[in-house]
Design a protein around this ligand. Structure first.
Ligand code: SF4
Length: 459
């Protein structure tokens, strides 16, 4: 039996056994060593891919080091986002304030790099010492003539999801600036696709083949000018719903642009994402192109997946990711490989998300909200998972348990979206799960011995 903190009992559910509604969207329980990141980190991961902006972290150097290159987000042009800048606040600044340092840093960076915008991230310490970041940004903006945007992301003030909201509020300030540059009739914005390993380019190519123009991608391979004309697209297509639905709602309210939520992972969800856009435009040519695209891509992919499935049939997986839309896609994608998801959870899921997870998983599946390493590793052992899909913080858990790991988070280098991404995903899962190395893992040897002793006792 996995031990669960009393305050977290309603955040862990076993399908078929527990009937309560899972608790979620609340601050992490003290002492549970949550797998979530802080508010600042949440906003940084969303805004970071805007490649022609300066990203300045106002706070001690540790916050900047913690998030430097956290996302691999590729750029087809400028790479300013890959540099990490910090005001590097010290003791004296904490006592006397950091506004002068912030002003000087902004002027120096904007002078040296000539960015098209600057974001200033407020960290915990700014919340404590009370610097007037708004005033400094407004002053610099007036002097240099580019948007200088404060991001209210003090680390302690909520969950990672509050960081997403702060990022949406910041990027929203860039929209609505350009009413002149032509935007084609069938134009969409992609929201919440971060181009970690070139995925934005794969998805853009699909839409191009359908006859749909991507006016802007917020924020993967992002540019300030493109975001400035995003308000003129006809539809917002939200991929990472946890982070970007808030921006879509603000754009709907201000510019009247409707939005849909999609996922680009796995076969069904990828195809649905394309069909949903095609159906929105109600254009015969786009619909025909979409049918043709999906048919040819799926026909190319399925025979290759069958090869991997031969070895993976019957294996079990755990999935713990940031957003629950990705978790849905993982459950379905693993099914295509003959694998069952036995543990699944997210950092930021809503009650509806967990209801849907309950719907698509098998009896006995453990569903977790905002878990911690002890719970996660306990359930992996209890359910006998052969694979864990997660991010940087889940990798060591998988390796300590002696099971395969698939990185589906910010820092991965392999494209996992789209049909090509599904093939990469299958290859990665296959390589990891079938690796001979796991039989030498102490945790696996111990688990096998425990199972053998238990079996002998039963005989
Ligand atoms: S919790 Fe605070 S101090 Fe830590 S990284 Fe986040 S903003 Fe910085």
């Amino acid at each position: 039996m996995v031990e669960i903190l009393a305050a977290r009992k309603q955040q862990v559910l076993e399908k078929g056994k527990d009937v309560f509604t899972i608790e979620c969207e609340k601050p992490s329980t003290a002492g549970s060593v949550s797998q979530r990141a802080c508010v600042f980190c949440g906003s940084r991961v969303v805004l970071y891919p805007i490649a022609d902006a300066v990203h300045l972290i106002h706070g001690p150097i540790g916050c900047a080091a913690y998030t430097w290159e956290l996302r691999g987000s590729l750029s087809s042009g400028p790479e300013l986002h890959r540099l990490s800048f910090s005001t590097d606040l010290r003791e004296n600044d904490v006592i006397y304030g950091g506004e002068k340092k912030l002003y000087a840093a902004l002027k120096e960076l904007i002078g040296a790099y000539k960015p098209n915008a600057a974001f200033v991230y407020c960290t915990c310490i700014i919340g404590l010492i009370g610097d007037d970041v708004e005033a400094v940004c407004a002053k610099v903006e007036k002097e240099v003539g580019i948007p200088v945007i404060p991001v209210h992301s003090e680390g302690f003030k909520g969950t990672k999801k509050d960081g997403y909201k702060a990022a949406c509020e910041a990027v929203f300030k860039l929209t609505g600036k350009d009413d002149i540059t032509p935007v084609p009739k069938f134009s969409i914005n992609i929201l919440g696709e971060f181009n970690l390993a070139g995925e934005t380019w794969i998805i853009k190519d699909y839409y191009k083949r359908m006859g749909v123009n991507v006016a802007s991608c917020i924020t993967g391979d992002g540019r300030v000018a493109e975001i400035g004309r995003a308000h003129r697209a006809k539809l917002n297509v939200v991929q990472c719903s946890g982070s970007m639905t808030y921006l879509a709602k603000m754009m709907e309210e201000k510019y009247g642009i409707p939005y849909i939520r999609v996922s680009y992972f796995g076969i069904e969800d990828m195809s649905k994402a394309l069909y949903d856009v095609a159906e929105f435009f109600k254009d015969d040519k786009i619909l025909d192109n979409t049918r043709e695209l999906v048919k040819s891509e799926v026909n190319k992919l399925l025979p290759k997946l069958t090869e991997y499935r031969k070895d993976l049939e019957g294996k079990k997986a755990g999935v713990y990711v940031g957003g629950s839309f990705k978790a849905f896609s993982m459950v379905k994608a693993l099914r295509h490989l003959g694998m069952e998801t036995v543990v699944v959870g997210s950092q930021t899921g809503s009650p509806e998300d967990y209801d849907y997870l309950k719907e698509i998983t098998n009896e006995g599946t453990i569903i977790l909200d905002d878990t911690n390493p002890l719970e996660l590793s306990g359930f992996i052992l209890e359910k006998g998972a052969d694979l864990l899909i997660g991010g940087v913080k889940e990798r060591p858990i998988a390796y300590k348990m002696g099971i395969g790991f698939c990185d589906h988070n910010h820092e991965r280098k392999e494209a996992l979206a789209g049909y090509d991404g599904m093939l990469n995903f299958a290859r990665e899962v296959h390589t990891s799960v079938t690796s001979p190395v796991w039989k030498y893992s102490p945790a696996r040897i111990k688990a096998a011995e425990t199972a053998r002793v238990a079996k002998e006792r039963l005989v």
